[in-house]
Every structure is written in structure tokens, then in C-alpha cells.
Write a protein of this length. Structure first.
Ligand SMILES: [Fe+2]
Ligand SMILES: [Fe+2]
Length: 326
């Protein structure tokens, strides 16, 4: 398989016309569309990345959905419902984008509910207090934005275009999370403690969302050569922390990293080591809520079967009617 990263090994005449056109499109910052030829590995990488991303949006509805019935006011309930609904929409755009690469929605759903597919391990942490809604919006949606803004320029057209819309909604999510924390930090001592505790629990998992350190991320170089990914995991993580520090000051919360400090020489923040053992444990399915999240998804899928059947039957009847008229 030839890819831009291998080009030094293969002279241009050894490439097929299709491969040459693909490489030129990538080199010229043009987009690859579903009708275009693409290397198998490019297609497979995108199917894996986009479907995992879609699963994360859908599973990500659960930790916050958990608080819709207990939101502290009607206004907070309406905002949270809109936010969780947005995440469902993100999942749908992304499943549709993945389908343009030749995988079906049913195949992706099977991979998710059978436990074969991965999704972001951040959603396997529990949400014991209302302040978790603030910390998730501020930190988890914040990390999602840092990751996804560069994906708006991903070389695969349907993915990049889906990201443009997703990012607009994510920035609303982050602001609503920040505002929940700000309100709590201006409240009673107990509310302040609750906000700080939620930030302490979500800070490290949100940094882990950017993936393993660059020297342990074997697929990154290829994804960057294909212009799916534009920055490395460590670059994005660093940028995110740089954004959080001034926001934490406004909130009046501390970030739970004693090694976090500005480094004049590098012009960046130095930070402590992420507990990667914990990250990989959660990724392997041993997080506090893995089983619960999957079970809930499986049940919702089974209980929703009649809706899918009814919709398919309705579509069949409509098609028959159109045919009769024609
Ligand atoms: Fe989302
Ligand atoms: Fe979001």
C-alpha cells in the first residue's frame, strides 16, 4: 500500500494513476470525496476514526442524560436537554459521514453494542453531582473543541464538513459548562467545594482525551501525512492547557496538577505526568461505568427496534404509493 508517508520509497512512475491523483489532491489541500479513489488504509483509518467518534457522541449522552430529571431549575433542564440532544445530532452526522465510506449503520451499531468498537473512555466516568455537568461542559466539551477544530480541515470532505457544524455547537456546550461552574463558584461554600471536586475529577481524564503521548501514538504520523490529523496529541493537549489556565483563574478553581507552571524558556506550561495506566485500564473496558454504559445502549437499541421497523415499513409504503402514481 502506498501512502504519502511512503513516497520517499516509491518513485512517481511506480504509482498508479489513481494513486498519483490521490496524492496530488492531498498535497494541494483539496478534499477527497466519497466518489474518489482512495487507498484502502485511508478508507479503513477514516471508518475507524469516524465511527469511534460517532459512538463517543452517542455514549456521551448518558453521563449528562443522567441529570436531566434532577437539573436544579427549569432553565437548567431545558439547556441540558438541548445539549444532550445536540450530542445525538453529532452522532448522526458522523454515522452518515462514515456510511459514505461503505460501512452500514447496522454494522457500526453491532460493533458498538457487542463491545467490539471503542469510544472515548472519558464517558466511562460517573457523574455523582450537579457540578459534573459544569466540569463536563467546560473540560470535556472544551477538549473536544480543541481536538475537532483542526478536524474541520480534515482531507476527507464529509468528515470535515460535519465537524464545522459540530464545532459551533460544542462551543455553546463549553460555555454552558463554564457558566454552571461560575454560578457554583459564586455560591455557598458547599457549592464551591462541589465545583472544585468536579474539576479535580475531570481534569486528568480530559487531558487523556487527546490520546497517548506522541512517542506512543504509532498511527499519528500516517494520519498527519494524509491530512486527517493536523496536530499531534501532545501539541493539542498543550494548547488546551494553555486555554484552561486563564479560564480557571476567572472561575476561581485550581487545576489539580502541582507541577503545572509557566515555563519562560519554552513559552508553554510545564505539566505533570498523566496516569496512563488508568487511561489504558478504562480504555480496555475496566472503567467505573463501562459495563453500565454499554448495557444501557444495548437496551435502548433493543427497545427501539419497533421504531426502526415502523419507519422502514412506512418508507416501503410511501415508495409503493409513489410508484403507483408514476
Ligand atoms: Fe458532541
Ligand atoms: Fe458537546
Amino acid at each position: 500500500m502506498t501512502s504519502p508517508a511512503d513516497l520517499t520509497l516509491v518513485s512517481n512512475d511506480e504509482l498508479s494513476d489513481e494513486e498519483r491523483i490521490f496524492n496530488e489532491l492531498i498535497a494541494n489541500e483539496q478534499r477527497i470525496e466519497p466518489r474518489d479513489w482512495m487507498p484502502d488504509a485511508y478508507r479503513k483509518t477514516l471508518i475507524r476514526q469516524i465511527s469511534q467518534h460517532a459512538h463517543s457522541e452517542i455514549i456521551g449522552m448518558q453521563p449528562e442524560g443522567n441529570w436531566i430529571t434532577r437539573a436544579p431549575s427549569l432553565k437548567r433542564k431545558a439547556i441540558l436537554m438541548a445539549k444532550v440532544q445536540d450530542e445525538a445530532g453529532h452522532g448522526l452526522y458522523l454515522y452518515s459521514a462514515a456510511q459514505t465510506l461503505g460501512i452500514t449503520r447496522d454494522e457500526m451499531m453491532d460493533q458498538l453494542i457487542s463491545g467490539k468498537a471503542k469510544y472515548s473512555s472519558i464517558f466511562n466516568y460517573p457523574t455523582p453531582t450537579w457540578a459534573d455537568m459544569g466540569a463536563i461542559g467546560w473540560l470535556v466539551d472544551g477538549a473536544a473543541i480543541a481536538n475537532q477544530v483542526p478536524l474541520c480541515r480534515a482531507s476527507y470532505g464529509p468528515y470535515g464538513r460535519a465537524m464545522v457544524r459540530v464545532c459551533k455547537e460544542e462551543s455553546f456546550h463549553q460555555r454552558q459548562g463554564f457558566e454552571i461552574l461560575l454560578t457554583l463558584m459564586q455560591g455557598s461554600e458547599e457549592q464551591k467545594r462541589m465545583a472544585q471536586d468536579a474539576v479535580n475529577r475531570w481534569y486528568w481524564p480530559s487531558l487523556a482525551m487527546f490520546g497517548p503521548p506522541d512517542d506512543q501514538s504509532p498511527n499519528s504520523a500516517q494520519s498527519m501525512a494524509w491530512k486527517i490529523k493536523r496536530f499531534t496529541n501532545d501539541e493539542l493537549r498543550q494548547r488546551f492547557v494553555g486555554m484552561l489556565v486563564p479560564q480557571a483563574e476567572i472561575l476561581g478553581v485550581t487545576l489539580p496538577d502541582p507541577d503545572l507552571k509557566w515555563n519562560d524558556e519554552t513559552g508553554e506550561y510545564d505539566m505533570g505526568e498523566i496516569d496512563w495506566d488508568e487511561f489504558f485500564q478504562v480504555l480496555r473496558g475496566n472503567g467505573p461505568c463501562n459495563a453500565e454504559r454499554l448495557e444501557r445502549r444495548r437496551t435502548a437499541h433493543e427497545e427501539g427496534a419497533w421504531v426502526r421497523e415502523a419507519a422502514a415499513e412506512y418508507a416501503r409504503k410511501q415508495a409503493l404509493k409513489t410508484k403507483a402514481v408514476a
